[in-house]
Every structure is written in C-alpha cells, then in structure tokens.
Design a protein around this ligand. Sequence first.
Ligand code: TYD
Ligand code: MG
Length: 455
Amino acid sequence: MPKGKKTVFFCQNCGYESPKWMGQCPGCRQWNTFAEEIISTGNKGISVQSPGSGVKNKPVALTKIQAGEDDRIKTDMEELDRVLGGGIVQGSMVLVGGDPGIGKSTLLLQVCRQLSGKGHKVLYISGEESLRQIKLRAERIGEFNDQLLLMCETNLETIRQTIEEVKPEAVVIDSIQTMYNEQVSSAPGSVSQVRESTGILMQIAKGLGISVFIVGHVTKDGSVAGPRVLEHMVDTVLYFEGDRQVAYRILRSVKNRFGSTNEIGVFEMQDKGLAEVKNPSQAMLNGRPTDASGSVVVCSIEGTRPILIEIQALVTKTNFGLPRRTSVGIDYNRVNLLMAVLEKRAGLHLGDWDAYVNLAGGMRLGEPAIDLGIVLAIASSYKNKVVDEGLLIFGEVGLSGEIRGVSMAEQRVREAEKLGFTACLMPKANLDSIQGKYRIRLIGASNIKEAMEYI
Ligand code: TYD
Ligand code: MG
C-alpha cells in the first residue's frame, strides 16, 4: 500500500470505526456490516469544525450572551414551517430522510419555489437527476422565477466554490449519498464519504450563514443509509414517510435543535406535487365505514396537534394451530400485549383467534393513548358489535386492565367536538378537569371491563 494511505473498517449501519474487520459490530450488534475504506492520513480525522474554530475561545458567562429571536425564513407551507419549529433557521442544516420515491425531491423543489418566490436566492444541487428531469418535475409543480438556480454536480469542491461564488441563502443537496470528496478515496455513499461531505457542508452552512437541506436515503431497516453519525451532525432531522400506495405523506421531525420534535406535517401527493393537508383528522376519517364492527376512532397527539384516526381490527377464527396476528401502523408487540390483557382481565378468549389490526391512511402512531382504542376495536370485532360512530376513544391501558390518564386530554376532547363527535370515552382520571366545559358527552372509565360496556 502506498505511503500516506491507511484503511479502516466502518460499520455500514452505524458508522462504528475499527482498525480491523469484525463479524459483529460492537456498536449496533449487526452482523457482517463492516467494509474496508481507504482514508488518507494527510487528512487528520474527520471532524466538524465549530464555527470560528482556529480562533482562541474563551468561556463566556451565560447571562452575558445576547440571543434574540432566531432569524427564520418562513416557507409559507404551514405544515413544513411547524415541523421546523416556525420556519427555516438561517445557517441551519436540515436532513430530510425517507424511502426512495416517497417525494423528498418534490418537497424540496417546492420549498425552493416558495423561497425563490419570496425573493431569496436558492441553489438546488442534484447528483441524481439531470437538469431536464428536474425541469419536468418543476413543470408539474408550477411557475418558478429566476432566483432558483440548478446545478448537477457531485464533486464537493466544485460545490463549495459555486456556493461561495453564487452566495445563495439556501442550498439543497439532493442526496448526500451521491456526493464525493476527492480527499476520501472510498466510494460515494460509504460512511466516510457521507460523513466527510456532511462535515464540509456543515462548515459552509455555519460559516456563510446559509441554510442547507440535505436529502438522505433510508436503508431497509429505517435509518438514514449507513451513517447514523449524520444525525448527530445536523441541526434538524426530518423523516418523510408514508405508504407509497396511499397518497398521504407524513413529515416527522425526530431531532430539532430549534423547535420541538414529535411534530408532524401531513401532505398529500397529487399530480401537481405535494399539497398540504390542513385538517388531517378530517382527511384520515374520510371514507370511514359506518355500521362496521371492529372500527373505532382514536385521538393521538402528534407534537402539539391532536389527530383523530380510525383503527380497524378484524378478529377471525384460526384455521391453523397457531393464531396469526398482524398490525399495520401500530407496534406489533403492543397489540399482542393488549390482547393478553383482554384475555386475562376481560375474559375474552382470544387464544384461538387470528387478529389483524390496521391504522387507516398510512399513518404510524406510537402514543399509548391509543391503547384503549385498540382494545375496543379488537373486542368489537370479536363480539361482532358495532361501536357508535360518534364515539371518540382515548386512554392508556395498563397490564392489570386499568385505564390510565393521558396528557392533553382537553385538546383531544376539543378536537372531537370540532369534528362533530357526540361522545368521548376517556380515562376517569382525566374527567374531573374537563367535566362541564364542553357540550360533547364525556364518559369516564377506570378499567377495560367498564369501557367494554359501551360497545
Ligand atoms: P420524488 O420526489 O422523486 O421522490 P424521492 O426524491 O423521495 O425519491 O417523488 C417521486 C414520486 O412522486 C413519483 O413516484 C411520482 C410522484 N409524483 C406525483 O405523484 N406528483 C407530482 O406532482 C410529482 C412531482 C411526483
Ligand atoms: Mg429524489
């Protein structure tokens, strides 16, 4: 091996670095994920320089630091602004992850359109598509003005020079996995390339005060391809998810240095690009079957916003020895656990019944407040009794069958009333603080046996 070249092994899953090959990664416990990558020794490590590094830093008293409101650029796409915490912070770096074909490029091109429409200079750099392809997409989205500049480039040195020359206010890098830096000899998309490229873009963002959006593809197991290290480096991580067969797309923030996480934005993929869904509850409940057993409506708080959504369960007799259980949009283990609670605490014999539990609209929910809804959907299908379609259900279910109080109960009740529900089945513990404030009928239950009387 020529002098000055050194190879290290990187875990392609989590970015763990090791001088020798290993079968199992000590970082993430995955097997066979190590790949050899050449790094040149002249380049001392791969580190993100903090803004102003090289200058001798002195500690400063916290009280002496002036920090006005962040400078934010609003995109006027409300769903996106909210997920970002109120707009794009200048000099911030946002990673947008998602499956291929989910609409990341479309979303960012629309962001570019909004920003350039407001007179901000924007540079869109694509390493995946030709100018013609981007033009074709842009034609579907709408009119653009001269403030949006396009470039097809994958060499980071050229990109850096261009950014310094053009001085845009925002830059979009369409797919960090296609970018490469000549100083790193491994292939584009490998851990060290992606890490190094992100580091360089970070310096550009912080140094010049440019907001940078980077697109990252997601691997099969759901992490941004290869390096989770990437997530530590950037300011904000957004995931764009949804079922490709369903038109709804959910933009979720999993990390945000300038706002709250758990916030979601809902979009719908149309033939003219992504449209915002301002009232997701209504959209999610569209086409709900009436008079069908196993269908209930629950309320989940996503970030600061309550979302009503339908849970469907189908419970049928098992044909084989082992009952089949599947869940879509809800944690599979949670469904199994709740079925065990139903069996033990409510005397439902589900042992030789199959159960299929689905969340409508391609959503994914993890809030425990939907427990009671899952329980009642299963019980409703098992008993073949219809749950009143004007009933909204929320509450967390414990292992002894008790219904526990949940946070933000009042917001849930308000949303239910707004959408024309007539009654709310909720934890007794939450009842006192809300009783009498709303016209909607409130029913408190303290365990699942009590709750099952309402189906
Ligand atoms: P794209 O943004 O290319 O996905 P990604 O960058 O995440 O890989 O989105 C591609 C999909 O979106 C493609 O299947 C076509 C569809 N689409 C529409 O349905 N309507 C539209 O207006 C546009 C631009 C794309
Ligand atoms: Mg794309």
